[in-house]
Ligand binder design. Structure first.
Ligand code: C2E
Ligand code: CA
Ligand code: CA
Length: 763
């Protein structure tokens, strides 16, 4: 008998070992592979020991082999529980319980090891068969044997419970995977229980181990549920964003997803898909082609939808045609994303008009495409837009720009290309014949009362450039139109200007003046002339320092032709500092020569206040040249003060406290009212020469104003200087009005410092 039993057990053992190796090669990185392998190897070893126990000749080796077998069975069952938990996805919570099982198994193993002496677990006795051979079999089962049995059953039950739970919870298609395993284990358990119940000669259940091992291996690693792939593919296709249509060898649609059906409108009419496919084969697919793709656009609910269609054929391993499929990619969102990006690149986001780049491109193409036509490039500029932003807020500024864009949208027909260049500047391009100047100005005038304020109207200036050279860059054409605007920049009545070549000349001239500045300053080409300021009796105590440019080839240049240019170009403050320094050094010289009563007035440009620390510069100069600050008169224009009174008025106070004399220059020429006089704490009021240049019919009025200003200034404790005095008559009435000092050609023109010294100081 043992010669049948043992080989059978060895064979089973080998089978389980081999299964262990197979699992190793088939599922190296699988997370359940290692517990599976452990179950297979441990059970295989257990059977080998049992096989050996049957062939043992003596009792002691038989005892040892049996005990080893029982211990290995404990280990196998613990591994089975671990495996079952991993296999069913419960492994995260295994830790605690397994530890108790391991401890119980350890106790069991100790008992088994001691059993040859104690016999607490079982005792062996030789069994002789009818052929006279014997083997040792378990004769009596003692108290600890039941302990072992309960432990083994508990472990098995734990594994079975895990599998059972999983079967209940799994989708139908997966139930098989777990059910077969449960069945195999149950069979072993049942057989074992019967063997114990009927005290069988040997434990027959071990014969079922290889079968269970095979089930374990197969369902864990090799088995794929039938129809699973089909179902997975079905769901994948159903949930794809693209539409899919699969055709069989005859070109009949055998499978499609909902997106494809919606595309073909075939949800209710199966024929619709076939018709669509037929059309594609007719119109888009070249006969014999295996891959092909094309795009199409469709109008759905008043919007465009964009599709890419892909066609592909399928062959088997022998390159026999199996069928084909279509993929319908809906590209609408992607396309819209791209066109949105394109829109952003070409449009001004505030107004929705073309941006500068797009305008330049479109206008350039238009002009170059029709070189025999005459075109206008028209630019617009909102006068004092900065004030709109400062006074009414940038939101109002933005609304002004949007409203202007609307006005252009309404005004411009198909003949116009238009856009917003930057800030408050818009540009239009139109054929000369199609341009209606009056209509444009009328359209623009709609913005005048936008702020709702009676005192602040919005004026838009228009510059027009007639394209003479179509090959010129559009940006240069716009520069020219803007140049025309510059000529009317201060005007409220004249709001449109045409560019002509003289403008360009003066522009080029300005550029030239700017380019000469650095060298002129370095070569000391700038100096100042002095124009005396005179009392009515002809007495002179000082004069105004007026800059002159002594150009090496052009001779003396008066400031009218370069001061505004330098102001625009941001160079004036450097020139002013230079002149102030010259003036101070001149005062120092007079001081040293004994003319310490004589003063000089210097001009401070409005721009200086933005870039220079006026107080610091003048106090430093006075200290450097050790001059009396009261001999340095500072001429600040009324406009410079009133543009920023909050910071200017305290500055004037500080300068006066230091000892400088401050003169309000060009009073009456700017945008101030007499009311503002109350805020000025200046020493001298210089009345603008404009009052004396008035036409005969306004003379009476001018005089009235002059008289009022002078008496007001006197009442406010200010000295009055009148500029531009050219006649005796003017001196007479100004003296009557109370004017103290006169500056004008009647007394003297501006003159070189040496002349001034000779004429007035040496007296
Ligand atoms: P402003 O400060 O009003 O200077 C007075 C101008 O009136 C001077 O012209 C002077 O020559 C002129 N003028 C004086 N009396 C009469 C007269 O009876 N009749 C007429 N028709 N004109 C008279 P100028 O020297 O050409 O200076 C022009 C402007 O240049 C000055 O006007 C001032 O605004 C500016 N300027 C002169 N020097 C400087 C300077 O160093 N720095 C700055 N920033 N500006 C300066
Ligand atoms: Ca002045
Ligand atoms: Ca002046």
């Amino acid at each position: 008998m043992k010669w049948i039993l043992s080989p059978l057990l060895f064979a089973a053992s080998i089978f389980l070992m081999v299964s262990g190796f197979v699992s190793f090669s088939k599922a190296k990185n699988n997370k359940i592979a290692s517990p599976l392998r452990r179950v297979l190897f441990l059970s295989g070893t257990a059977l080998a020991f049992l096989g050996a126990a049957y062939v043992a000749k003596d009792e002691l080796p038989a005892y040892c082999l049996y005990s080893a077998y029982f211990c290995l069975i404990d280990a196998t069952l613990i591994s089975l529980v671990v495996f079952a938990r991993r296999y069913t996805g419960h492994h995260t919570r295994t830790g605690g319980k397994i530890r108790y099982f391991c401890f119980a198994a350890l106790v069991d193993c100790v008992m088994m090891a001691a059993d040859p002496i104690t016999h607490w677990v079982y005792s062996l006795s030789p069994y002789y068969d009818k052929f006279g051979t014997y083997f040792f079999r378990i004769e009596s089962r003692n108290i600890m044997y039941w302990y072992h049995l309960v432990l083994a059953y508990l472990l098995t039950a734990a594994a079975m419970a895990t599998l059972g739970k999983k079967i209940v919870r799994s989708p139908k298609i997966y139930k098989m995977k777990y059910a077969c395993l449960l069945a195999a284990i149950s069979m072993i358990l049942l057989t074992h229980a019967l063997c114990v119940r009927f005290s069988a000669l040997v434990d027959v259940s071990v014969v079922l181990y290889p079968f269970a091992g095979f089930v374990l291996l197969y369902f864990t690693i090799l088995y794929i549920p039938r129809g699973l792939m089909e179902r997975l593919l079905f769901f994948t296709i159903a949930n794809m964003k693209d539409g899919i249509i699969c055709l069989d060898v005859d070109g009949k649609p055998v499978h499609s997803n909902r997106n494809a059906q919606v595309f073909c409108s075939s949800e209710n009419d199966p024929k619709a898909m076939e018709i669509q496919i037929e059309r594609w084969f007719r119109e888009n697919i070249t006969t014999g082609a295996n891959n092909q793709s094309w795009s199409l656009t469709r109008r759905v609910d008043d919007t465009n939808r964009y599709y890419d269609i892909e066609y592909k054929t399928i062959f088997d391993a022998q390159y026999k045609y199996l069928g084909c499929f279509f993929i319908i990619h809906d590209k609408t969102e992607e396309y819209e994303g791209i066109s949105e990006e394109k829109y952003r690149a070409n449009h001004d986001l505030l107004t929705g008009l073309y941006n500068k780049e797009r305008f330049n491109e479109a206008a350039g193409t238009e002009i170059l495409g029709n070189t025999d036509e005459r075109y206008y490039i028209i630019c617009t500029d909102v006068k004092n837009f900065k004030i709109v932003n400062d006074v009414f807020g940038t939101d109002t500024g933005d609304r002004v720009l949007k409203r202007l864009a609307e006005i252009f949208d309404d005004f411009c027909n198909d003949n116009y290309i238009y856009g917003r260049l930057t800030g408050d500047r818009f540009a239009l391009c139109v054929k000369k014949d199609s341009f209606d100047e009056r209509a444009l100005l009328e359209a623009i005038s709609q913005i005048t009362n936008f702020t709702g304020s009676n005192s602040f109207k919005i004026y838009v200036h228009v510059g027009v450039y007639e394209v003479k050279d179509p090959y010129l860059k559009v940006s240069v054409m716009c520069d020219r139109a803007n140049l025309a605007i510059k000529t009317i920049k201060d005007s409220y009545s004249n709001i449109i200007a045409y560019y002509d070549s003289k403008l360009r000349e003066s522009y080029l001239n300005e550029q030239k003046v700017i380019s000469l500045f650095e060298d002129a300053l370095a070569n000391r080409e700038f100096c100042f002339y002095v124009q005396p300021q005179t009392q009515v009796n002809g007495r002179v105590e000082g004069g105004e320092a007026l800059v002159r440019w002594i150009h090496p080839s052009q001779g003396m240049i008066t400031p009218g032709s370069f001061v505004p240019v330098f102001e625009q170009a941001g160079l004036i403050s450097r020139l002013d500092r230079y002149i102030w320094e010259l003036a101070c050094s001149q005062l120092r010289k007079w001081d040293q020569e004994g003319y310490r009563q004589n003063y000089l007035s210097v001009n401070i440009s409005q721009k200086d206040f933005y870039v220079l620390d006026i107080y610091d510069i003048f106090t430093t100069l006075v200290k450097k040249y050790q001059i009396d600050p009261k001999n340095l008169h500072l001429e600040i224009t009324e406009t410079a003060i009133m543009n920023n009174p909050q910071s200017q008025l305290p500055l004037i106070d500080k300068l006066r406290q230091f000892g400088f004399l401050v003169e309000i220059d060009d009073f009456g020429s700017g945008y101030s009212s007499l009311n503002t006089l109350k805020d000025f704490n200046a020493d001298v009021l210089k009345i603008d020469m404009g009052f004396l240049e008035t036409k005969a019919e306004n003379e009476a009025k001018s005089k009235t104003i002059l008289r009022s200003i002078i008496s007001l200034a006197k009442a406010l404790d200010m000295e009055v200087i009148t500029e531009g005095v050219e006649t005796q008559e003017q001196v007479r009435f100004l003296t009557d009005f109370g004017c103290d000092i006169f500056q004008g050609y009647y007394f003297a023109k501006p003159m070189p410092v040496e002349d001034f010294e000779k004429k007035y100081l040496s007296l």
